[in-house]
Design a protein around this ligand. Structure first.
Ligand code: ZN
Length: 437
């Protein structure tokens, strides 16, 4: 086993042994807090809180002390807020592992949220982050956000993690404290540590680190439930005119979490087609022809929906060429079934990923966090492997057909002449398999 999972004083601990010999550690603390837990009135509070914990803790009352301490372990630190979780990450020299983890706990669970002056300053910072994502007219420049607002209208997913100017203005110290108390708790925390130590040893060490905060909590806060997807009778399209030379084209296909284990695994396999850069042969032909592109698909799993995203970012002259190739590949998969060689590759990769991810601990941790936090959407890896054996090519194709129908897509375009391109495309009939341009 290259990893072990345990619970200590309410916190879920994951220890992963990496294969490289560098004497370093990576520690990631995940908390079940994010925009999915926010009311409309307090939109953005999770992200605001993520900023404010750095302003003072039980051990280090001042912002500068907090930051200097985090840098004293020989590595770096970072944090981000998502829909279903917030992450605090810290790296450093292996000899500092225990002190580093203690600091991560202190930072998140032990944040004091006392310094009103600093908190007011930080509010201006989060508002400016929001402003960077908005054009002068208040429209989002972030295509994912634009698509989410279309796809998930009237659900919690349409709400930006950054909140709104109006909601942020309303959030004060008291709101932050209440939210922190309710969601930053041991039983909502998951710590993942990657180092070259055997996982047993890492767990032993982690259990010696004291964790601030209450250990017993009885009330359970659930994320706001995302209603089932509405039927989309028409493809939804949004465009953002910019002067940039390149343009972005994104297709979003929403898909609810499958209840059936087989479908779940089939969906996972399908996601590999789009998600893994190693599976680039889908785009390999385009690459061989020398097209410059960043094309990828990703599947996002927030609460109980998936979104498949297919995106290209190309100079306009090359975009059509790429799109034709991509479309050809997709059509091949759909009409002729998945090439057995391809399926074998997926299977191999699917199993192999558990070794690969040890070199990319971030991937692995997110996967484990998915399993821990998003129960139902994913299964444990061992079960996945067992079910995988029973999943046929037809199962994968069936899932693909369910997702990629023309009337379920949302398209966003960003770039020069976006409106014109959009108009042209709307005059064409057909589904996803038809060329867009
Ligand atoms: Zn931020």
């Amino acid at each position: 086993m290259n990893h072990l999972v345990d619970v200590h004083d309410g916190v879920t601990l994951i220890a992963i042994q990496k294969t490289t010999s560098a004497e370093t550690f990576d520690a990631h603390l995940y908390l079940k807090a994010g925009s999915g837990y926010e009311s409309k009135e307090l939109a953005g509070i999770s992200h605001f809180l993520e900023h404010c914990v750095f302003l003072g803790t039980q051990t280090f009352p001042k912002r500068l002390e907090v930051e200097l301490n985090l840098l004293s372990f020989g590595g770096n630190y970072n944090a981000y807020t998502s829909v279903d979780h917030t992450e605090y990450a810290l790296s450093g020299g292996l000899k500092n592992l225990k002190a580093g983890v203690a600091s991560l706990y202190d930072l998140s669970l032990g944040a004091t949220l006392k310094d009103e002056v600093e908190i007011a300053k930080e509010k201006r910072v989060v508002i400016s982050e929001l402003e960077q994502d908005l054009m002068g007219n208040g429209q989002w420049t972030d295509q994912v956000q634009v698509a989410y607002m279309e796809i998930f209208a009237d659900t919690v997913l349409e709400q930006s993690v950054l909140g709104t100017k109006k909601s942020l203005k309303e959030i004060g110290v008291q709101e932050l404290k209440t939210y922190h108390e309710a969601l930053y708790r041991k039983d909502r925390a998951c710590l993942c540590v990657v180092s070259q130590l055997p996982p047993e040893r890492t767990l032993e060490m982690l259990k010696e680190v004291p964790i601030p905060g209450e250990s017993k909590c009885t009330d359970i806060i659930s994320p706001r439930v995302v209603p089932n997807l509405k039927e989309h009778s028409l493809a939804k399209v949004k465009c953002l005119e910019t002067n940039a030379y390149t343009w972005d084209l994104d297709f979003f296909f929403p898909f609810p979490s499958p209840k059936d284990a087989k479908e779940c695994v089939a969906l996972r396999l399908l996601s590999l087609v789009f998600c893994h850069s190693e599976l680039s042969f889908l785009f390999g032909e385009a690459r061989r022809k020398g097209l410059v592109y960043t094309a990828y698909g990703m599947h996002l799993c927030y609460l109980n929906e998936y979104v498949y995203r297919v995106a290209t970012n190309l100079a306009p002259a090359k975009a059509d060429k790429f799109w034709k190739l991509f479309q050809k590949q997709i059509k091949k998969l759909n009409d002729e079934g998945i090439d057995p060689k391809f399926f074998a590759f997926c299977k191999e990769h699917f199993n192999y990923s558990r070794q690969v991810i040890l070199e990319h601990p971030g991937h692995y941790m997110h996967r484990l966090v998915d399993v821990k936090f998003l129960k139902g959407a994913f299964m444990l890896p061992e079960e996945e492997v067992a079910v995988l054996e029973t999943v046929s090519v037809e199962d994968v194709l069936a899932v693909m057909r369910k997702i990629f129908s023309g009337n379920r897509r949302t398209v966003t375009i960003k770039g020069p002449e976006a409106n014109k391109r959009l108009e042209n495309s709307l005059n064409r009939k057909g589904d996803f398999m038809e060329p867009f341009f």
